[in-house]
Design a protein around this ligand. Structure first.
Ligand SMILES: Nc1ncnc2c1ncn2[C@@H]1O[C@H](COP(=O)(O)OP(=O)(O)OP(=O)(O)O)[C@@H](O)[C@H]1O
Ligand SMILES: [Mg+2]
Length: 345
């Protein structure tokens, strides 16, 4: 219950190139509960390859979604991602967190290929209990423009976020809430979206490497249009599994090959850096995880256990919260906004 009108809710907002997604989580009880889910498609080409081409259209769509959902937009958590956000595990002299914050800009200069004047930095000490001379730190650097553009877009939609998080951390956060048992070895979280696939490699449960692969459901749809002469609608029906297409597998396999290579490359990079274990399992999310046959094909190609993550496996959803959506169908697309909303106020 919210006393004195103070909201104990967080709302995650994920602005994807295919769909805009909102998930509201109530944090006032013993454990977080999803109280509202809403999604809305974005018109084609408003966002292309992570770049917002038509900010006013995107802002309008966000505003319509928020208004229609009935969500009070305080406690909004937005996020940034893509290649202008760098996440890197670094090693530095052990020191207190406040001291680390002071020296971070100098450390970052050695690790981040951006102009230090134009980046926002954040970090997390990965082994705060350690007592060695060195400590492991997860460094996050984002181009300041990226943050400012996001804030400007939200402001056009009449919104002011409480927090701007990072996509990869939100995906990981949702995963941790639902699969706390998966902490050993190397795990890849793979979010297959409309245009982009984000790969997030976890070692012992900690995200230490992210990569973006330029593949998404859009590519399969466009291949089907070009090579099979389908209309955009017919192709999308097949991609979403609403219409059966006998040779969809061949189109899926091509995309899977790109995703598999991206995952393998990231895992190989990690092995040379950390001389650690090889990849143990893959958890898929994003709307692309629902493309018929994709999860199975990726598992076969990689030769390792590949599952579709369910963001609501251990996070309860209040009855009716997702109306009129079919939550089982939409669930994989909600991994990112749920992860944002799980940040408690
Ligand atoms: N049952 C389904 N319902 C909706 N979309 C589906 C379904 N199955 C597959 N998809 C595909 O998933 C895509 C949306 O996935 P998602 O919301 O993860 O992408 P996005 O976040 O908008 O894109 P990106 O992150 O690449 O910008 C749709 O464009 C659609 O082609
Ligand atoms: Mg997405």
């Amino acid at each position: 219950m919210a006393f004195f009108g103070r909201s104990k809710s967080s709302t995650g907002l994920d602005i994807g190139s295919g769909f805009i997604k909102l998930v509201q989580v109530d944090h006032s009880g013993d454990r977080p509960e999803v109280t509202r889910v809403a999604i809305r498609p974005l018109l084609p080409d408003a966002i292309v390859e992570g770049e917002v081409m038509d900010p006013s259209l995107v802002a309008r769509t966000v505003k319509e979604l928020v208004d229609d959902s009935g969500i009070r937009p305080d406690g909004l958590v937005a996020s940034i991602g893509g290649h202008d956000v760098i996440i890197k595990k670094i090693t530095m002299e052990r020191m207190a967190e406040d001291d680390a914050r002071q020296v971070l800009p100098f450390e970052a200069e050695r690790h981040v290929p951006f102009d230090p004047q134009s980046v926002e930095l954040d970090f997390q000490i990965l082994d705060p209990e350690g007592d060695g001379a060195k400590m492991d730190v997860l460094l996050v650097a984002a181009k300041r423009d990226l943050v400012q553009d996001k804030l400007a877009l939200l402001s056009d939609a009449g919104l002011q976020p409480r927090v701007v998080d990072v996509d990869a951390f939100a995906l990981h956060n949702a995963f941790e809430h639902n699969h706390p048992e998966v902490r050993d070895g190397v795990t890849a979280l793979v979010n297959v979206g409309h245009e982009m696939t984000n790969v997030n490699i976890l070692v012992a449960g900690i995200p230490i490497l992210t990569r973006d692969i330029p593949f998404g459901s859009r590519r399969i749809r466009e291949d089907l249009q070009r090579e099979r002469g389908l209309t955009a609608e017919e192709a999308e029906e097949a991609v979403q599994g609403r219409a059966r297409l006998s040779d969809l597998d061949a189109f899926v396999d091509r995309g899977v090959e790109d995703v598999a290579m991206g995952i393998e490359r990231a895992a190989a990079f990690l092995m040379t850096e950390d001389s650690g274990e090889s990849l143990g399992r893959v958890f898929l999310s994003g709307g692309g995880a629902r493309i018929p046959g994709l999860a199975e094909a990726l598992g076969r190609r990689l030769g390792i256990e590949t599952r579709v993550a369910n963001p609501f496996e251990r996070v309860p959803v209040r009855p009716g919260a997702a109306e009129p959506l079919n939550l089982d169908e939409a669930a994989p697309m909600l991994q990112l906004p749920l992860g944002l909303a799980l940040r408690s106020p």
